[in-house]
Design a protein around this ligand. Structure first.
Ligand SMILES: NC(=O)c1ccc[n+]([C@@H]2O[C@H](COP(=O)([O-])OP(=O)(O)OC[C@H]3O[C@@H](n4cnc5c(N)ncnc54)[C@H](O)[C@@H]3O)[C@@H](O)[C@H]2O)c1
Length: 271
């Protein structure tokens, strides 16, 4: 159901790889709500993914950019403003990758070159995106910037590995940069802390299947889907949330405030 919440708004969407990606589903919803945007992803992901289908469906253009390269980001932002016909109202950072996770290295046995790479892609890239937007004065007043995160930034989930540290850094950058973006440009910056979701990045985490079932049983409303995340993001890009900023917002069916649920307890009761 569309409400025209983003009519006339322009933006950039990072991280749509395939139809399971949270950014993919968010792009479809933004299109339905009347927003226009440029899609971007790393050059290698553009070769492997199906982003052209999404571009055709949403009448948008695709510009390759490695989110760890400030030069790529500068050119992406300039070209996006040209294509869209003005400054931006929204930006979605939906990027995450850990080489240690991908290659099965334990948290206690990290390859630090890989740790550094994952930190750059998953967290520092958010600072780079915002600094480039800020210095180029590319955001309209009352614009909104959102990055996606996971609760392993606050609590221990052993197999989330170094991504937990990357997400803690990402959330801190949202607060720190959000201050300057708010003070100087009236732009808000938030992170959405999403339930486990079956995507390429999500399924890369060891034990993901058990993990998603556990979260489902623990959450009074069940896990939030990619579509739920897209809908929440729409509200943050809309004019209905103008003074929500510097927040880490849980979209997780209640999981983050649970101790234990009846259905999890049942697994441990004596017969
Ligand atoms: N899936 C989950 O369980 C879950 C839960 C909470 C938060 N998140 C977060 O949601 C976001 C989106 O992930 P997803 O689950 O949709 O998976 P996904 O694999 O579909 O998306 C991750 C994206 O990051 C992109 N990327 C990687 N390196 C890049 C680079 N150098 N430059 C630009 N883009 C790059 C990938 O190409 C891909 O499109 C991530 O931040 C992820 O950590 C996911």
């Amino acid at each position: 159901m569309a409400h025209n919440l983003l009519e006339g708004k322009r933006g950039i969407i990072f991280g749509a790889l395939d139809e399971n990606s949270i950014a993919w589903i968010t792009a479809e919803r933004i299109h339905e709500e009347g927003g226009t945007f440029v899609l971007t992803n790393a050059p290698i992901a553009l070769r492997m993914g199906q982003i052209d289908q999404l571009a055709a469906k949403t009448a948008s253009q695709v510009i390759p950019a490695d989110a760890t390269s400030v030069d790529d980001l500068q050119s992406l932002i300039e070209k996006s403003m040209e294509i869209l016909g003005g400054k931006l109202d929204f930006v979605l950072h939906s990027i995450g990758m850990s080489v240690n996770v991908r290659k099965g290295r334990a948290y206690t046995d990290q390859n630090y070159d890989w740790t550094q790479k994952g930190l750059d892609v998953s967290a520092m890239s958010f600072h780079k995106v915002m600094q480039t937007l800020y210095k180029s004065d590319a955001m309209n007043e009352w614009g909104s910037i959102v990055a996606l995160t996971y609760m392993a930034a606050q609590r221990v989930f052993p197999d989330y590995n170094d991504m937990a540290d990357n997400k803690a850094f990402l959330e801190s950058i949202a607060r720190s940069f959000g201050y300057f973006f708010g003070r100087d440009k009236n732009v808000r910056v938030n992170t959405i802390s999403q339930s486990p979701t079956p995507t390429t990045a999500g399924q890369g985490v060891k034990g993901f299947d058990g993990f998603i079932k556990y979260a489902e049983k623990m959450s009074p409303l069940g896990n939030a889907t990619a579509l739920d995340c897209a809908n929440y993001t729409i509200t943050l890009f809309s004019d209905l949330t103008r003074r929500v900023t510097l927040q880490n917002l849980y979209n997780d069916g209640g999981f983050s405030n649970m101790g234990v649920s009846d259905s999890v307890m049942e697994e441990f009761l004596d017969d």
